[in-house]
Write a protein of this length. Structure first.
Length: 90
């Protein structure tokens, strides 16, 4: 219990300092926001989105197949293998 309270106090103090203590022209969070808005980071985000799109699509198909299998007849037999195959197959 004490460790949790200590962790919360430290996290709160860091958040407060990051939002209020100026480091040059900006606070820590202001610097992070300025870095996040640069063209290089925007290009990085676009690249990650393009590369991750196939994986995201496979996960979406797998979740959809799992939901369909779970909402099937309710017996749990027969439809499980199809759902697993949909998750693994690209």
């Amino acid at each position: 219990m004490f460790r949790l309270l200590l962790f919360l106090a430290i996290a709160g103090a860091l958040a407060y300092c990051g939002a209020t203590v100026p480091l040059g022209k900006r606070t820590f969070f202001g610097h992070v926001r300025a870095i996040w808005a640069t063209e290089e980071v925007q290009e990085l985000k676009r690249g990650v989105e393009e590369e991750a799109a196939p994986a995201v699509e496979r996960v979406k198909r797998g979740v959809k197949a799992g939901i369909e299998a779970a909402s099937g007849d309710g017996s749990g037999s027969g439809s499980g293998a199809g759902a697993d195959a949909a998750v693994i197959a690209p």
